[in-house]
Write a protein that binds this ligand. Structure first.
Ligand code: GDP
Length: 330
């Protein structure tokens, strides 16, 4: 993006009218780490939010290890939703996507049919370093996409570090895709992801694997019952499906809608989004405070000394922390 002044009003209008080039430009702006771009991005977001259409959108998180069939599934689900009149956006959160080799989430070639659709918009993960940076860009991109009229936002991630928690905190419903595993293999599934999941789907339930998948789904249901209390508002169901054959996709989407209905009826749906906004605000405060602390000249001047005193035991960790914070405050 060049340094010429960007007319934010014009850009906002173009995004609202759904112009793809303008949308891509706006997303590049929110992904940029340049100070002037960051300011312009915030002005743009102010003009575009709150977006009335956002209340109708479905924000769906999808996680699963590489090879589980995420892109095949998203391609199939996305096509079926477009046929029903939806406009579908696919985003990715993958802080490791700078690595060479391996599949890149959100890579258009992974969703061959969807990438050709006028009513689909696919964006790979921003490669701007930290998970915090990727999360910020992705959240802001969701707002842009909703302003541009996309009413289904699919956010995919692989279980790298904290990326699942990050995505779960920015979507309405978080879905875990897995393969048929039973008994001991179940132990291999990260417990954390089962706690986050609102929906579990055993994928590749086709051909000779169909029965096996159904058995695995029953075992997973049992495991989930132990995690979620009996009186929980929503008890995550375990589905079986085949992204390749397109079976179970309708049930998957119906479950997403059921989840929304149950939460809405309990007054929890809008509240969940508001809570996510507030939590997100504090996450950003935390991140920025840490950045300012690290850049603070007073802190910089004593940090080496304080750290070596902690190493020798001359200072307790608590006293050292106090010293660093005092330096920051002064
Ligand atoms: P991703 O890495 O999670 O995005 O997985 P892909 O969608 O790229 O799929 C990985 C491999 O599994 C590919 O060879 C797909 O053809 C295959 N695959 C994907 N979905 C299914 C499915 O539902 N059934 C079967 N049998 N194979 C599948």
């Amino acid at each position: 993006m060049n340094a010429r002044a960007i007319d934010i009003d014009v850009l906002a209008q173009a995004v609202r009218s759904g112009e793809r080039a303008a949308l891509a430009r706006a997303i590049t702006l929110v992904e940029s780490t340049r100070t002037d771009h960051r300011e312009q991005a915030q002005q743009l977001l102010l003009k575009l939010t709150p977006e009335p259409g956002a209340a109708l959108s479905n924000r769906v998180g999808i996680t699963g290890v590489p090879g589980v069939g995420k892109s095949t599934f998203i391609d199939g689900l996305g096509m079926s939703l477009i046929q029903q009149g939806h406009r579908v956006a696919v985003l990715a959160v993958d802080p490791s996507s700078t690595r060479t080799g391996g599949s890149i989430l959100g890579d258009k070639t992974r969703m061959a049919r969807l990438s050709l659709e006028a009513n689909a918009f696919i964006r790979p993960s921003p490669t701007a370093g930290t998970l915090g940076g990727v999360a910020k860009a992705t959240r802001e991109t969701i707002a842009l996409l909703e302003a541009a009229g996309y009413d289904v936002i699919l956010v995919e991630t692989v279980g790298v570090g904290q990326s699942e928690v990050t995505v779960a905190n920015m979507v309405d419903v978080f879905c875990f895709l897995t393969l048929a595993r039973t008994g001991d293999q179940l132990q291999g599934i990260k417990k954390g992801v089962l706690e986050l999941a609102d929906l579990v789907a055993v994928n590749k339930a086709d051909g000779k694997h169909e029965l096996e998948a159904k058995g695995a789904a029953r075992e997973l249901s049992g495991a989930l019952r132990l995690i979620h209390p009996h009186d929980a508002l929503w008890k995550p169901p375990v589905l079986t499906m085949s992204g390749l054959e397109g079976t179970g996709l309708d049930t998957f989407w119906q479950t997403v809608l059921d989840h929304r209905r149950v939460l809405t009826e309990a007054g929890e749906f809008a509240e969940k989004r508001r809570r996510q906004q507030v939590d997100w605000t504090w996450t950003m405060v935390h991140d920025q405070l840490m950045r300012r602390l690290a850049d603070n000249p007073n802190v910089k001047s004593i940090r080496g000394d304080v750290e070596s005193q902690v190493r020798t035991g001359a200072l307790t960790a608590a006293l050292a922390a106090e010293r660093l914070l005092d330096a920051f405050d002064s």
